[in-house]
Design a binder for this molecule. Structure first.
Ligand code: HEC
Length: 144
């Protein structure tokens, strides 16, 4: 059983990396969308529009950490335009800085994940994570 699970996981990882190589724009858009979808219900909790739910918060934080690891490689020099991308040239003019922003996003999400245990610690620590989103989009993503 373990062996089968491993084989399935390896296939899934293989398929993802092949897709990333063949279509980095679609892959990064889908990855960022997954982050957005996981953060949306948490944003409602922050505003008091939905009840606090620790599991949803922690799922969003782990989705963010996973995404932050793979995203820098999904902005290769060969994928600056096309595919309905909203990425701005600023990314490749400052690629090291752009990559560092994803690293900081991942680090902040890991730190928040360790600190958040209840509603009060959630309200105190989650905003430090989402600050990264707008901070990067402002410079690097076309406004729609
Ligand atoms: C280091 C920069 C950076 C950070 C940090 C970042 N993003 Fe993005 N995001 C981008 C770029 C660039 C795009 C446009 C990608 C494209 O169209 O090719 C994007 C696109 C998106 C999209 C649109 C995806 C689609 O459907 O095309 C969503 C939603 C999104 N980001 C949510 C978030 C959220 C939520 C956070 C914070 C938790 C975040 N992003 C953090 C750079 C960043």
């Amino acid at each position: 059983m373990k062996r089968i699970l491993f084989a399935v996981a390896a296939l899934a990882i293989g398929a993802t990396s092949v897709l990333a190589q063949s279509d980095p724009i679609a892959t990064r858009k889908a990855t960022m969308k997954k982050v957005g979808d996981s953060v949306a219900p948490v944003g409602k909790m922050l505003k008091g529009e939905a009840p606090f739910d620790l599991a949803t918060v922690q799922t969003a934080l782990s989705t963010i950490q996973d995404a932050a690891k793979v995203l820098p490689a999904l902005f290769p020099d060969t994928a600056k335009t096309g595919g309905d991308t909203a990425a701005l040239p600023h990314i490749w003019e400052n690629k090291a800085d752009f990559d560092a922003k994803y690293a900081k996003l991942g680090k902040d999400a890991a730190e928040a994940s360790a600190k958040i245990t209840d509603e009060a610690s959630f309200k105190a620590n989650f905003p430090a994570v989402t600050k990264n989103c707008g901070g990067c989009h402002e410079l690097n993503r076309k406004k729609t």
